[in-house]
Design a protein around this ligand. Structure first.
Ligand SMILES: *Cc1c(COP(=O)(O)O)cnc(C)c1O
Length: 367
């Protein structure tokens, strides 16, 4: 194992795909494409254009461009919509943003921290976030009322980190954006239904290393004019977010594989059956949960009744993470008594190890 060469801790990832663990493991064909890409000379400018075309074809978008992460996809989309085709503003972005419209409308419940705050990416582009609504809701009328001549975009975030209740739907936001001719950017970094978000936005942003299981990279796809604004920043702030040729080749291969990806529900459910023995522990109940957004992802939910077990869910999650092998679960509900096991990133033997660890932590008290 390469990781041992540097003394890194072994990790079992039952959390789904998470940037702090290095996101997904990459398929051999993608690694091969990266190797081929890394070992040949090409004209970078041509590669950037051609690869964008290929991605746009795959996704059925007018145009697209590969960037080095979804985060830089946000930065460059905003920078693009501020500077547009103004070459001076591209070169001297930060001197120019004071005199150009630069407001980005976003529901307060969308201004989340996905590992870094969305707002920071907007600011990095010279944009100013104009938050609309409150922590527990945002009406479409409030978004519409916030639009002024200073508005450069509406930014809509699709993420499990976002507030769900009381939020406007993408369809509603799209209608308002279209009515006022304001570009709609959708950050769908981790989503699987790429077409849906391309159809319902002017610019859609995806992470190359999440659902697509490609190398660290990102995609922005949408209106040709806006994509050309984004590309212009390759000679501006985009240079600090340069995407390597090996990543471009890798991502193209990952997209090709993605097209052929099959539904793995049956395998996931079969894996999850192994969790059922945990039902024998006092105060523990295992259920199966389909993904919140209806994707073909099934996770095992382990409910811990902290009033009868030695430890509550938060403590169990903490113990799992801090064992000799670090087991990361999907733990955003741990404070209210449960955590999830996502089977997709698991490797041979991982599920057995998870079961053993939970049994050991909860001390083998059985019903
Ligand atoms: C992960 C994520 C990002 C960032 O993606 P990177 O490719 O790691 O930069 C942005 N937005 C959302 C909603 C995300 O989930």
């Amino acid at each position: 194992m390469v990781s041992n060469k540097y003394g890194l801790k072994r990790v079992i990832n039952a959390s789904g795909r998470m940037s702090i663990l290095g996101v997904s493991t990459i398929h051999d064909s993608v690694v091969d494409a990266m190797k081929t890409g890394a070992q040949q000379y090409i004209e970078m400018e041509q590669l950037v254009h051609k690869s964008g075309e290929v991605v746009a074809n795959y996704l059925g978008a007018e145009d697209a461009t590969i960037v080095n992460s979804a985060s830089s996809g946000i930065v460059l989309s905003i920078a693009g919509l501020i500077a547009k085709d103004n070459r001076y503003a591209v070169e001297k972005l930060y001197q120019s943003v004071h005199t150009l419209p630069n407001e980005v409308i976003m529901a307060k419940g969308h201004n989340v921290d996905y590992g870094a705050p969305v707002e920071t990416m907007v600011n990095l582009a010279g944009g100013k976030v104009k938050e609309v609504g409150y922590a527990n809701g945002c009406k479409i009328e409030q978004i519409e009322a916030a639009i002024t001549s200073e508005t450069v975009a509406i930014l809509y975030i699709v993420s499990n980190h976002c507030v769900k209740k009381g939020m406007p739907t993408l369809a509603e936001v799209k209608e308002v954006a279209t009515k006022h001719s304001i570009p709609l950017i959708v950050d769908a970094a981790a989503e699987e239904d790429l077409h849906h978000y391309i159809e319902n936005s002017d610019l859609a942003i995806f992470s190359g290393s999440k659902a697509l299981e490609g190398p660290t990279s990102g995609i922005v796809a949408g209106k040709k004019e806006y994509i050309s604004y984004i590309r212009a920043h390759g000679k501006g702030i985009g240079r600090a977010m340069k995407v390597g040729k090996e990543s471009i080749f890798g991502l193209l291969q990952a997209l090709e594989n993605y097209k052929e990806k099959t539904d793995t529900s049956a395998e996931q459910l079969k894996q999850l059956e192994k969790l059922n023995v945990l039902n024998e522990l006092t105060g523990v109940k295992v259920t199966v949960q389909q993904d919140e957004s209806g994707r073909a992802i099934y996770r095992g939910r382990i409910h811990i009744d902290g009033s009868v077990t030695k430890m509550n869910a938060l403590e169990v999650v903490h113990m799992l993470k801090n064992g000799e092998v670090a087991i990361y679960t999907r733990d955003y509900l741990a404070n209210i008594g449960s955590f999830d096991i996502d089977t997709r990133p698991l490797q041979q033997g991982d599920m057995e190890m998870i079961v053993e660890r939970v049994q050991a932590i909860l001390g083998g008290e059985t019903k």
